[in-house]
Ligand binder design. Structure first.
Ligand code: ADP
Length: 258
């Protein structure tokens, strides 16, 4: 029965995570990792102790975005010490375990799922108010296992304008409902571009279907976010914690209650 959830044994004795939020998407490339990172940055700025578990094992980008790629990860044989960003966010990602960050991850499903479970149970997270889990994209075997084994308090669905016109969102919604995991809201990423001269919003993909989809599945809209080259630039530089913008302030208000 795929709706059954059996949580992993409590994490190691030195860790206590108050809230675990999964960030999901239908496909790769819609900005799931970027939104995971921004949610973490916003909560950290609010004064919380934050952690990011990079569960997007085959396309891990969290370590790079936070500038901790290449950090030496220590283990005492039982527990793994996570990397810590400039602003104090704790991070664990497969990229930190690869000798060369550009090496492809070629493991099969069960190993991938096992890896994420281990990130949960063997990393010494310590005291954490918010843990954001960058979930593997899609609704296949690996995300299913993670859904079933991590005690997620809720999920945030990240979509692109094109995904909103397909059946992809309904799959993610149905999966969460089957597992009885609350859907905290939906984010449309790369929705528009703002003209740097006059501020006019250009909806490159045409009229947004965000509201229709949110109404259909009774979802809370958490944000409609632009394509912003400054965000890409800072992410590539490993400096996402420095990112500021008007739209991020708006987003911050929307996600305050998460
Ligand atoms: P996913 O996790 O869904 O595969 P990513 O978050 O890795 O997607 O985003 C894919 C690429 O698009 C990255 O280079 C990222 O920096 C960029 N990107 C994502 N969202 C935005 C945005 N709103 N504005 C500009 N670039 C973005």
């Amino acid at each position: 029965d795929c709706s059954e959830r059996s949580f992993l044994a409590p994490m190691n004795a030195h860790s206590h995570v108050k809230k675990v939020i999964g960030v999901v998407s239908g496909k790769g490339g819609v900005g799931k990792s970027s939104i995971t990172s921004l949610l973490a940055v916003l909560k950290q700025r609010q004064g919380y102790q934050v952690a990011v578990l990079d569960g997007d094992i085959t396309g891990p980008s969290i370590a790079k975005t936070f500038g901790v790629e290449g950090t030496q990860i220590y283990s005492n044989g039982k527990e793994i010490i996570p990397a810590v960003s400039t602003q104090g966010t704790k991070i664990m990602s497969t990229n930190l375990l690869l000798e060369n960050a550009e090496d492809p991850v070629v493991w099969r499903g069960p190993i991938l799922a096992g890896m994420i479970k281990q990130f949960w149970s063997d990393v010494q997270w310590g005291e954490v108010d918010y843990m954001f889990v960058d979930m593997p994209p899609g609704t296949g075997d690996v995300p299913l296992t993670i859904f079933q084994s991590l005690p997620l308090d809720g999920i945030v669905i990240v979509t692109s304008p094109q995904e909103l016109v397909s059946m992809i969102v309904s799959k993610a919604v149905n999966m969460a409902k089957q597992m009885n995991i609350p859907i905290l809201g939906i984010v449309e990423n790369m929705s528009y571009v703002e003209c740097p001269d006059c501020g006019h919003k250009i909806y490159v993909f045409g009229h947004s279907h965000l509201k229709d989809v949110a109404d259909k599945y009774d979802l809370n809209i958490l944000g409609q976010l632009p394509l912003d080259s400054e965000l890409t630039k800072l992410s590539d530089m490993g400096a996402i914690e420095e990112y500021q913008s008007e739209w991020l302030e708006e987003f911050d208000k929307q996600v305050k209650d998460l």
